[in-house]
Design a protein around this ligand. Structure first.
Ligand SMILES: Cc1cc2nc3c(=O)[nH]c(=O)nc-3n(C[C@H](O)[C@H](O)[C@H](O)COP(=O)(O)OP(=O)(O)OC[C@H]3O[C@@H](n4cnc5c(N)ncnc54)[C@H](O)[C@@H]3O)c2cc1C
Length: 420
């Protein structure tokens, strides 16, 4: 008799684990939405498939590339270096080129040199492994980038715009890891047909292996002692449970988590994201993929069509992370109005053709300084309960690559535990 594995969440981590495990177990995946893919899901706009949130791939994301190639044989990845800008005081300033930085009036000459030297340090010398877990990003940046550059640049990028918590609460190691992974300096791409092929491919394979996937299934109660959960009033027994849903939800709906472990899981806080995806007649700023805004309502603009110019309109996202919890309950019309106002301010000639709002309360865990102390394990102290997903991937950058990797990791642990 095959054992039954229940997987909570049909995002990339849950689907990846489900695909491998469905060869050995009866797999049942429960997803609360009407679609699969979680944060990496897409929407349809007049026949075109567009990611709900910006989603680039960088050359070092090897696992994402393997999954793309598996499920889309003819996948074409055109790699390019990207231009990054900072938008401040109604002006867009390119910053990741020598001449761009030279012209950036917001920093004086000394600050530009410090900023440039810090960039060189992160490229050639930085080794995040040598950074203590107890060090906060403020102290580390003050030392290596200088106090003024930290305040003028990194406070905006990683404190105000990213997590919405002060730099002295953020892990230096995680921030350094971000720089070490050279996300900005790497080659960027977006596959011509997007990532839906991975989601569809995993779903197909799971079903081929007789696994079951239930969408529109918001799990509201799990009894860890009795090893069952309730879906639409029906009792579902499991032998093994894998959780990939945010821990804030998991701890609320589970009965039987011992107090100290529940306290550990409750420490994980999430950064939300509110995003407007919009089509414009032309590029807003030719060639610039990634713009960070300082002191504005929105934090970033991603001009998707710079990576992939295959749509009828130019596709863009504007987005707010930290602080966007105050927007989660606003109406879509108000969000569009407030966010797009910033675009009008910087690009008064832009012609916006349509816009859609997407929100999530759980865009990313907040990697605060204590995160490694309470990061949940893959194999838990709960009976036959395992975890996977982006909450377990510190200090790596949270992306599709680490979500896929964590799905694979949890399967390796389970296979070892049950087929020793
Ligand atoms: C704004 C934004 C931009 C991003 N940009 C990039 C990028 O450029 N490149 C990149 O590689 N990655 C990017 N990512 C990250 C990437 O999308 C995620 O790392 C990855 O998709 C996470 O997968 P996961 O399975 O761990 O979690 P999730 O996708 O969050 O999956 C969890 C699933 O659980 C479901 N769920 C929740 N509660 C319940 C319940 N009670 N019952 C049943 N199901 C439930 C959710 O609906 C969801 O489908 C971005 C993410 C965001 C938010």
């Amino acid at each position: 008799m095959k054992k039954t594995i229940v997987i909570l969440g049909g995002g990339l981590a849950g689907l990846t684990a489900g695909e491998i495990l469905s060869k050995y177990f009866n797999v049942k995946i429960f997803e609360k939405e009407s679609y699969l893919g979680g944060l990496a899901a897409n929407f349809n706009h007049k026949g075109e498939t567009i990611p709900k949130y910006y989603h680039h791939i960088i050359k070092s994301n090897k696992i994402t590339q393997i999954y793309l190639q598996r499920f889309s044989k003819e996948v074409k990845l055109n790699w390019q270096r990207i231009k990054v800008s900072i938008g401040i005081n109604k002006k867009i300033n390119p910053i990741n080129s020598f001449f761009g930085l030279l012209k950036f009036k917001y920093l004086n000459l000394y600050e530009k040199i410090r900023f440039g030297l810090f960039g060189a340090y992160t490229l050639f010398i930085l080794n995040p492994k040598k950074i203590s877990e107890n060090l906060d990003a403020q102290k580390w940046l003050d030392k290596y980038a200088g106090k003024v550059v930290t305040q003028k640049i990194f406070f905006h990028l990683y404190s105000r715009n990213k997590f919405g918590v002060s730099l002295n609460k953020i892990s230096a190691k995680q921030f350094a890891h971000r720089l070490y992974e050279k996300e900005i300096q790497d080659f960027f791409s977006f596959p011509e047909k997007g990532y839906q092929c991975i989601i569809d491919g995993l779903e197909r394979e799971i079903k081929k292996n007789k696994g079951k996937i239930k969408i529109n299934s918001k799990i509201q109660k799990i009894n860890l002692n009795g090893k069952y959960l309730i879906n639409s009033g029906k009792k579902i027994n499991y032998d093994i449970l894998i959780n990939t849903i945010p821990f804030e939800i998991f701890t609320n709906i589970s009965i039987g988590i011992p107090k100290p472990f529940k306290e550990q899981l409750s420490k994980i806080k999430y950064c939300p994201a509110v995003s407007v995806c919009f089509g414009s007649e032309n590029f807003l700023e030719k060639g610039v993929y990634w713009t960070n805004f300082f002191n504005e309502k929105i934090h970033i603009l991603m001009q998707h069509s710079v990576l992939s110019d295959n749509y009828k309109d130019k596709i863009n996202w504007i987005l707010r992370y930290g602080g966007s919890e105050e927007d989660l309950n606003l109406s879509e019309e108000i969000i569009k109005k407030e966010y797009l106002q910033v675009i009008k301010k910087y690009y008064p000639l832009s012609k916006i053709k349509w816009a859609k709002v997407f929100k999530t309360k759980y865009a990313e865990p907040i990697y605060d300084i204590k995160y490694p102390k309470y990061m949940p394990p893959y194999k838990t102290p709960l009976r036959d309960v395992y975890f996977a997903g982006i909450q377990l991937t510190y200090p790596q950058i949270r992306n599709m690559n680490v979500a896929l990797e964590s799905g694979i990791k949890v399967t390796n642990i389970i296979l070892k535990d049950f087929f020793k």
